[in-house]
Structures are given as structure tokens and as C-alpha cells.
Design a protein. Structure first.
Length: 154
């Protein structure tokens, strides 16, 4: 496992989705995950993510890996891996994978508890999920480098 939490560099976390990509960041010198507006998935997504990566001079990009509850892979994992590979190429930064099971459920519950309407705040749910994944990583959950996952060493 790779650990960049001890460094003070900026990190971006992505919560992949079919419509939107949720975004959370850890700014350089801090230890708190903050949300940013989600980016629409599609042909302009990589340019938008590269712009954010360059703006923050990120040290690494974390991508949430939506494993099934039993830890098995499904179609959503392949989509997340495709996004991770595209981001690595577009942004030229290390990409780490973090288990994101139930992050969307947690995000919906937190937004509901705050009085937010889930239907009107879909973009917020995506970024809130990314915050949960990034904060989990910062709290020590660990991550798998994309290269190790691709090689099957994990």
C-alpha cells in the first residue's frame, strides 16, 4: 500500500459515476477533505480534472473503487479503473485506489440529516461521497497504487 498522507502535498479524490464525477480535495498543508463541484462525466471531464490537478499542483489522485459489499468486483469497478487510467494519463500524477463501499449511502444520509433534498443535490452527493473516501484515506484506511492493481499483485 502507498501512503501519501504524511506528506503535505495536495490530493484530489474522485468518486466515479456515469453522469458526474464527484470531487474532493486536500489542499497542501492541511489534513481535511473538502468538496468541490462535481464534473460532468464525458468528453470534457479529463480536461476539467487536469485543470484542477494543475491548479492545486496535486501530488496524487485518489479514485474511489466501488467494490461489492463482499469485496468482489463488478461492472462499476471496471468503469472506475478505466477512469483511473484516463486520469493518470491526462494528469501525469500517481493514481491510488481506495475502497469506497457505502460512501454514496453515507453521503445521502449526511445530506438528508442536514435537511438537503437528495433529488436536487445529486452533484452534492457525488462530491460528498468523494469527501468520505478522501477523509477515510487521510484517516489511514490505505490505498492501492493503480499500477499494482493492474498487475494483479493485489
Amino acid at each position: 500500500m502507498t501512503d501519501l498522507t504524511l506528506s503535505s502535498g495536495a490530493l484530489i479524490c474522485l468518486d466515479p459515476g456515469d453522469v458526474r464525477i464527484g470531487i474532493a480535495v486536500r489542499n497542501a498543508g492541511t489534513s481535511v477533505a473538502l468538496g468541490r463541484p462535481a464534473v460532468l462525466a464525458g468528453p470534457n471531464a479529463m480536461a476539467a480534472l487536469r485543470e484542477i490537478s494543475e491548479e492545486l499542483d496535486v501530488e496524487a489522485i485518489i479514485v474511489g473503487l466501488p467494490l461489492h459489499l463482499r469485496g468482489t468486483k463488478g461492472p462499476a469497478v471496471e468503469k472506475a479503473l478505466d477512469l483511473a487510467r484516463q486520469v493518470r494519463q491526462a494528469c501525469d500524477r500517481p493514481v491510488l485506489l481506495v475502497d469506497e463501499r457505502l460512501s454514496s449511502v453515507q453521503a445521502q444520509q449526511q445530506l438528508r440529516a442536514a435537511g438537503r433534498n437528495a433529488r436536487r443535490t445529486r452533484g452534492e452527493i457525488d462530491s460528498a461521497s468523494a469527501i468520505i473516501v478522501l477523509q477515510s484515506y487521510l484517516d489511514g484506511i490505505g490505498a492501492i497504487p493503480l499500477e499494482e492493481f493492474d498487475l494483479g499483485t493485489v
